[in-house]
Design a protein around this ligand. Structure first.
Ligand code: FES
Ligand SMILES: [Fe+2]
Length: 448
């Protein structure tokens, strides 16, 4: 990489993206550039702490009251509070005077919300407004010469559907609409938000969203028992993964199963093992009313989307279509922790009863027995959390991991980070280029 990139003065976009001026000229952009394609590991070209040049969900607006809230996001310590207009704003949590946490850190500083609309450092009482400007250095007196010179970095924020989004980039923010899928702005879509911190790297959760683990990890469970899904035969194994659609910031992925819709893939014989797996399938039966999932469904999401979705910077929506949509948006905290936003969506807003029923269903069944807590936290979570999976191991990927290869090697070059801050020099030097990585079918690695 060039010295231009590492000192952050002139991060040249590879495609001349407009609005890419680095707004924080002193930022050390080098630290945001992944190490490069030295292997096919989790952080091959995917930044361990997340892509910077994006909006991320940070916190539910209702949680920011008089007391500030401190969060670590993408490795940055950030404090959220309400400014004089009662809007939620975000500043670096580190006081520019001598480094105390403006939020008070873990022990909440008693004075940090002394003045409504401002934040006051609990150490020497330097007080900042919503723009990050120091407006009073309390213990340096009303005539402080230092106060006007002090500013805390401000992160742009925007609230949408009760969730505060934060722009983590060092260049100018794009409109929020560019980063959020369109259903977030559809007035007919009711959205329920569920937030949980997971002890794992953010990218593992993305990769998990479209690989072949389904018939292993998710074959049982109370949800499938209650809904009767447990009795439906599933393909136990796939014949690979297909990238069914590709856009500027997303791909759609579908498992490849045989033309007979996986009928003969409910059980396989593994000769070296000398056994069939799953070992018993006699109790699964095909419902005569089984709906062809390829039929368009009234009021369903994504009728035309051919598969699950991976979208930059960290959005995964496993289902292709359905009457509700389970969309997850992962905000990295640090290398080993992720702030997981699960958005459960349904098109109900125009029908009051339907809306009430959806809320009742969500609070009584969906959260506890459906995706967020049962499927994700009790089944996916234990297999990827720190201590159960080594993201730095050497890995060998196969046909069912095609989406993972795209995620690790192709998607990074579509990212705004690549366009705005990685710089052309790095692209030229990388071991893998988009052209080399073009062979979608060549999933028998290595690619390099
Ligand atoms: S460290 Fe914050 S006021 Fe001194
Ligand atoms: Fe899963």
């Amino acid at each position: 990489m060039t010295s231009q990139q590492t000192n952050g003065q002139q991060a040249t976009g590879t495609n001349g993206t407009s609005g890419s001026n680095v707004t924080n000229g002193t930022a050390d952009l080098g630290k945001y550039i992944p190490k490069g394609a030295s292997g096919i590991g989790v952080h091959d070209m995917v930044p361990e702490l997340g892509y910077r040049e994006y909006w991320y969900p940070a916190v539910e607006q209702k949680l920011i009251r008089r007391q500030p809230v401190a969060l670590t996001l993408l490795g940055d310590q950030i404090v959220f509070f309400r400014d004089q207009k009662d809007e939620v704003v975000a500043l670096t949590d580190t006081c520019p005077h001598r480094g105390a946490f403006l939020s008070g850190g873990t022990s909440k500083g008693p004075g940090n919300h002394e003045f409504k609309g401002f934040i006051t450092c609990p150490y020497h009482g330097y007080t900042f407004d919503g723009t990050g400007q120091c407006v009073a250095a309390l213990t340096d007196g009303p005539d402080s010469k230092l106060a006007p010179k002090l500013t805390a970095r401000k992160y742009p924020t925007q609230t949408q559907r009760g969730v505060v989004y934060i722009w983590m980039g060092v260049t100018e923010p794009v409109p929020l609409e560019e980063d959020l899928p369109e259903e977030f702005f559809d007035p007919d879509v009711e959205i329920m938000t569920y937030v949980k911190n997971w002890p794992m790297n953010w990218s593992l959760t993305m990769e998990n969203s479209r690989d072949s683990h389904n018939s292993k990890i998710h074959r049982g469970g109370i949800r499938r028992l209650i809904t009767g899904q447990i009795f439906n035969p599933l393909p136990a194994f796939w014949e690979g993964t297909e990238i069914t659609e590709e856009g500027d910031n997303y791909i759609c992925i579908a498992p490849k199963v045989r033309q007979d819709n996986g009928k003969n893939m409910e059980q396989g014989y593994f000769p070296l093992l000398g056994k069939k797996w799953p070992q018993h399938v006699w109790w699964r039966f095909r419902s005569p009313r089984r709906v062809n999932p390829l039929n368009e469904q009234k009021n369903a999401f994504n009728n035309r989307r051919p598969g699950g979705l991976y979208r930059l910077p960290s959005i995964a929506c496993p289902s292709a279509r359905g009457h509700s949509q389970h969309l997850r948006y992962f905000t990295p905290i640090d290398a080993n922790n992720t702030r997981m936003f699960t958005f459960a969506m349904k098109k109900v807003r125009t029908r009051l009863l339907h809306k009430l029923w959806w809320k009742f269903f969500y609070h009584t069944f969906y959260v506890y027995f459906n995706a967020p807590q049962t499927t994700n936290e009790k089944e996916d979570f234990p297999i990827q959390a720190v201590g159960t999976l080594d993201p730095h191991s050497d890995q060998k990927l196969g046909a069912t991991d095609a989406a993972i290869i795209f995620w690790r090697r192709r998607m990074p070059w579509k990212s705004r980070d690549a366009q705005r801050i990685w710089g052309k020099a790095m692209a030229d030097n990388a071991a893998v280029t988009i052209e080399q990585d073009e062979q979608r079918e060549a999933v028998e690695l290595p690619l390099s």
